[in-house]
Design a protein around this ligand. Structure first.
Ligand code: PRX
Length: 632
């Protein structure tokens, strides 16, 4: 097993070692895994191109290290514990032995259906064990999985299927989420109707048993093709740098990018970070509430915990069903030891009142995690007092889809915690703050742009099908550095606080959204002439979506607003729906025609005291009009 740090001295020592001799440090960690043939070099890199390789020429299979490796010592221990949406329905468990058998059966079925190494398989599924089993089955045979969050629209799904030229979609019939029954397979059918020529098969898991349109040529039932397979399947020999998965995420321009992660480095880093950030101990029950449709679910529901031989819980439902005590009821029911969630969920549950957590025995909790967005002080304090009762350190973990694993975080029982501070870099991670010209801001008590200096094993390798975009977005802003897109500050003692995005990406309830993407969706409405989208502070969601819209030929009423929300839901999904829409007659623009988003952000945030000099705008008068309109 990878090192588990247990004291501050050890952290400091290891951190030093990991930066003075990264290859030695990561080589040692990597050698704790099973390799079918050993790597002959630890790291080779060049951020100009970029070209990053870890554990060169090593051959392994991540599922061997997640499953087979544990069978001898913990074959009968629970690997996945599944809590269904309905609190009265049966919990499901898979021991390591059972999970290996289930993965192998699914892997054999995929092979039988013509899926092989390098083929792309899209998942559009709720949080059922089959989602974890299916992704692991892909990894078993070297197929590349790409999970699309099941809240995205048919159009968004089709875009991702086509970008990845996937051969197969794996979905469920329906998804029971809270009191809603969502027709998942119907969305897949709608996506196919938009045109997904590469799809040869749709594998349907029967989740609720509701009626679906069964297409005899494309569709196959999971229970028909998976259940009868052999439970033995040799793992494919994967090169360290073979692709493991693609995960789409939003950027500041254009369509979502397919972030590519590879087998070896991702394996080493997710296991190492999981063991240290959550201080997982034998017998603990670990629960991350994320959806596997996001990176948090990939790294810290599936891969990290299983690599570490942990018991990882998957929850199908939502925090407020059947009531606002659900999370805490589950913590009590399963005696959860490590609990990992997003600030937006904490704020939403905090707003429901202290009486909800007070009803439950939360004494099993040892570590509380936060991820996805900055956590405000009030939410941090509530989490600490009402959930952890002051006994469970909060790990405010900063990272990104692109980083693959947690980068900056306190380590419970090892380093201190401070509200709103992600605090300290993980061993092997070298964050720096730079000014806009790329000069490193040395010392403490500084504020700047967050970059990472040296590669780490789980960093993205490319953007699927568009390496140039990978270079432009992450490696061209500053020489020899990975640019995160975030702004951050260091306190007097060097702890890091991540403030938020400095680009045109907004973070709504911990979900990343490109303003350009939302604008493109709004602009699909035939009566919209132009739009500009910005984020603004929102009590529960962290940031809300504020859309300024220029339209023609329509009454500016609620019916029109509804139509716009409908278009956004159709183009992206309900998570991208603007919280506020303001109709305007123009947008503030520079003389070269660029929208001055800075001004729009200030107006949306109701912070117009210092708008700066607007006289150089092409249309300075519009600012007054928009400010007036915002009041109404
Ligand atoms: O702005 C940062 C914010 O979320 C962005 C990454 O989003 P995504 O790729 O969807 O991954 C989310 C889950 C890892 C970052 O650029 N972010 C994430 N965690 C934190 C955070 N901002 C502040 N504090 C955090 N702990």
């Amino acid at each position: 097993m990878t090192t588990q740090i247990s004291s501050l001295e050890e952290y400091q020592q290891l951190y030093k070692e990991s930066t003075s001799d990264p290859e030695g440090f990561w080589g040692k960690q990597a050698n704790t895994f099973t390799w079918f043939s050993p790597f002959d070099k630890v790291c080779e890199w060049n951020f100009e191109e970029p070209r990053v390789k870890w554990f060169l020429n090593g051959k392994t299979n991540i599922t061997y290290n997640c499953l087979d490796r544990h069978i001898a010592t913990k074959g009968d221990q629970t690997a996945i514990l599944w809590e269904p949406n309905d609190p009265n329905a049966a919990v499901q468990t898979y021991t390591y032995k059972e999970l290996l058998a289930a993965v192998n059966k699914c892997a054999n079925a995929l092979k039988e259906m013509g899926i092989g190494k390098g083929d792309r398989v899209i998942f559009y599924m709720p949080m059922t064990p089959e989602l974890a089993i299916g992704t692991l089955a892909c990894a078993r045979i070297g197929a590349i999985h790409s999970v699309v969050f099941a809240g995205f629209s048919a159009k968004a799904l089709a875009d991702r299927v086509n970008d990845a030229t996937a051969k197969m979609i794996i979905c469920s019939d329906y998804n029971q989420r809270g009191s809603k029954n969502i027709p998942v397979k119907q969305v897949v059918d709608d996506a196919l109707a938009l045109g997904c020529p590469s799809i040869e098969t749709v594998l349907v898991h029967q989740n609720t048993g509701g009626d679906i349109n069964f297409n005899e040529t494309l569709d196959k039932w999971w229970h028909d093709v998976v259940d009868a397979q052999s439970d033995q399947c040799e793992p494919e020999q994967m090169d360290s740098e073979d692709m493991l998965f693609i995960l789409y995420t939003s950027g500041s321009t254009g369509k979502p990018k397919g972030v590519v992660h590879t087998c070896g480095g991702y394996m080493v880093y997710t296991c190492f970070s999981f063991r240290n950030v959550f201080q997982y101990k034998e017998g603990d029950v670990y629960w991350c509430t994320a959806d596997i449709g996001w990176i948090t679910g990939h790294s810290y529901i599936v891969y990290g915990p299983l690599l570490a031989g942990a018991t990882t819980m998957m929850f199908e439902g939502v925090p407020t069903f059947p009531d606002a005590g659900r999370f805490w009821a589950i913590c009590e029911k399963h005696k959860v030891n490590q609990f990992y969630t997003a600030p937006t969920a904490i704020r939403a549950l905090m707003a429901k009142g202290d009486e909800w957590p007070a009803k439950y025995d939360l004494s099993s909790l040892k570590v509380l995690g936060s991820v996805g967005e900055p956590i405000n002080e009030e939410a941090w304090n509530w989490y600490n007092e009402h959930i952890g009762k002051g006994n469970a350190p909060i790990v405010d973990t900063w990272w990104q889809t692109e980083t693959g694993g947690i980068m900056i975080t306190p380590l419970p029982g090892v380093t201190d915690t401070k509200p709103t501070y992600a605090s300290y870099p993980m061993p092997g991670i070298q964050p720096v703050l730079v000014d806009k010209d790329g000069n490193e801001l040395a010392g403490n008590n500084v504020e700047g742009l967050l970059c990472i200096k040296h590669p780490w094993p789980s960093m993205l390798r490319t953007v699927y099908g568009d390496h140039k975009r990978c270079q432009n977005v992450y490696f061209s802003a500053f020489k020899n550095m990975y640019f995160t897109g975030d702004g951050a500050r260091k306190d007097e003692e060097g702890r890091i606080r991540v403030i938020g995005r400095v680009d045109d990406v907004i973070n709504v309830s911990g979900h990343r959204m490109g303003t350009a993407e939302v604008e493109n969706a709004i602009n699909e409405h035939p009566n919209v002439v132009e739009s500009a989208v910005v984020g603004y502070p929102h009590d529960i969601k962290g940031q809300g979506i504020y859309a300024y819209i220029i339209s023609q030929g329509k009454d500016l009423d609620d019916a029109f607003r509804k139509e716009i929300l409908g278009v956004v839901t159709e183009e992206i999904g309900p998570i991208a729906k603007p919280d506020k829409i303001q109709f305007v007659s123009g947008l503030p623009k520079t003389r070269s025609g660029k929208i001055m988003r800075r001004i729009l952000r200030k107006i949306a945030s109701n912070d117009t005291s210092n708008l700066g000099d607007v006289s150089t705008l092409l249309n300075p008068d519009i600012v007054e009009e928009i400010m007036e309109g915002a009041k109404g």
